[in-house]
Design a binder for this molecule. Structure first.
Ligand SMILES: Nc1ncnc2c1ncn2[C@@H]1O[C@H](COP(=O)(O)OP(=O)(O)OP(=O)(O)O)[C@@H](O)[C@H]1O
Ligand SMILES: [Mg+2]
Length: 310
């Protein structure tokens, strides 16, 4: 549904994004995660046909974003970083305007507007002037205009910014509900945001993709097998000491029946030894697995590795 190949954008002499490559399948919800200035908004503006790239190609819903920008716009809903809501307009009039702009058929105008209003929780303010609404409600209007033509692809630049916690949960549920039928790419520099809504994440830092994977795989991969969790029935002191005495085991921590075992790098064969000891000490092994990093730790590792790409 989205295919990006060697995409580069320079503002003057400075490259904001460099040689990005990724694909997003139909019905996927993908998070674009990165610190301030990483290039998230730049990439999104290019994908919506809003701004040309310096080089590379991007296809959205089968259309080239450069040569077929009009077709792209018809099939894409875009919530920009600063939603372009007209402050002096009434909510439903603005949504009608947005729907017409996206070529919604006359016969479907009313139902499209009502559905967008309902989905974004704007029913109570549909007759109000946008400029008099709170920031969170204006953000909802921005989302409603992105949804009003029921596009195949939604590109949402920080969709929950400015919303209160209750609204954040509602909007996340709304976005999750789009999976399967719509393809969604959303940006955030907030980790819980992507964990809560996305199936896969693309981590971007200083204009480069530093990782793209499922959240599950990313958190496992980054640990490099140094920490293991051993869940046992009987965490006896004798057993724990026996594991501690294995050469190459750096430390063994225990929280009840869960042992957290740290081993020296490049010693993954120690895993056999740990299991053998646990069995011979009759600890009753229930589970043995690499300890996962939280997404927060992964993000920090990926984005604070100075010099990796500079
Ligand atoms: N119109 C512009 N002219 C010059 N430089 C720009 C322009 N827009 C963005 N940049 C630069 O490009 C880089 C990427 O900016 P971008 O807005 O894409 O980052 P972002 O990941 O969306 O950040 P944030 O989380 O702060 O929204 C930054 O260094 C920014 O200063
Ligand atoms: Mg941005």
């Amino acid at each position: 549904m989205i295919e990006v190949s060697d995409l580069t954008k320079a503002y003057g002499p400075r490259a904001a994004i460099q040689n990005l490559n990724f694909t997003i399948g139909k019905g996927e919800i993908v998070g674009f995660l990165g610190p301030n200035g990483a290039g998230k908004s730049t990439t999104m503006k290019i994908l919506t046909g809003f701004m040309p790239a310096t080089s590379g190609t991007a296809k959205v819903a089968g259309f080239d974003v450069f040569s077929q920008a009009i077709d792209v716009k018809r099939n894409v809903g875009y919530l920009p970083e600063n939603p372009p809501v007209y402050m002096e307009m009434i909510v439903e009039d603005y949504l009608e305007y947005a729907a017409k702009l996206h070529d919604v058929e006359r016969g479907k105008l009313r139902s499209s507007i009502s559905s967008a209003i309902e989905r974004t929780g704007l029913t109570g303010v549909r007759k109000r002037i946008i400029g008099n609404l709170s920031k969170g409600y204006r953000q909802r209007v921005g989302l409603a205009q992105a949804l009003v033509h029921n596009p195949q692809v939604l590109i949402l630049d920080e969709p929950t910014v400015g919303l209160d916690p209750v609204q954040i949960i509602e909007i996340r549920e709304l976005i999750k509900g789009l999976a399967g039928h719509h393809t969604v790419i959303l940006s955030s520099h907030i980790l819980p945001e992507v964990t809560a809504t996305c199936q896969r994440i693309i981590v971007i830092n200083k204009g480069h993709i530093v990782a793209q994977d499922t959240i599950e795989k990313l958190t496992t991969r980054m640990r490099q097998g140094l920490l293991f969790n051993l869940q046992v029935k009987n965490a006896s002191a004798g057993g724990i000491n026996a594991i501690k005495s294995i050469s190459g085991v750096k430390s063994v921590g225990n929280e009840g029946s869960k042992l957290v075992i740290e081993i020296e790098p490049n010693q993954s064969e120690l895993r056999d030894r740990i299991i053998e000891i646990a069995v011979s000490e009759k600890m009753g092994v229930l589970e043995f697995a690499p300890e996962k990093l939280s997404l927060e730790e992964v993000f920090l590792q990926l984005t604070t590795n100075e010099g990796a790409h500079s």
